[in-house]
Design a protein. Structure first.
Length: 137
């Protein structure tokens, strides 16, 4: 039986945070070889999208921080991204990929995340946001 995987970090919301996400998923791949590469890759992409949104939409004039916790058990993989940015006013139930004719440089991240994972939720906090992502077994 492969042991459960649980790792976390707290860092400034910047490009180095993205590198830390990738490093964390490399560690997951090494410690949980039973997790199919396709599932791990899709989940990693979803987490990178969330952290990238935190970087792009963080507090103006201040340094936003992001915390990531990732865990994998036989029941599935789960990530919680918490930030100290302004609480976002987002309705995830209405996210959809834009019409291909309207594709721009941005605007499809939340819809992409929803397609890549089984569960994607957002909770505004008094001083930030909590984003939860999960995929089964």
């Amino acid at each position: 039986m492969t042991d459960a995987f649980r790792e976390a970090f707290l860092a400034p919301a910047d490009a180095e945070a993205i590198e830390r996400v990738h490093a964390l998923f490399e560690e997951l791949a090494e410690r949980r070889p039973d997790l199919p590469a396709e599932r791990r890759g899709a989940f990693e992409l979803a987490v990178v999208e969330v952290v990238t949104n935190v970087i792009q939409h963080g507090r103006e004039g201040t340094r936003t921080r992001v915390e990531l916790e990732v865990g994998h058990t036989p029941d599935g993989i789960r990530a919680v991204v918490t930030d100290d940015a302004e609480p976002a006013d987002i309705d995830l139930t209405s996210t959809a990929m834009p019409d291909p004719e309207d594709f721009g440089e941005s605007g499809r991240g939340l819809a992409l995340i929803a397609l890549l994972v089984d569960e994607f939720t957002h909770e505004p906090l008094p001083h930030g946001n909590r984003w939860t992502l999960a995929s089964g077994g």
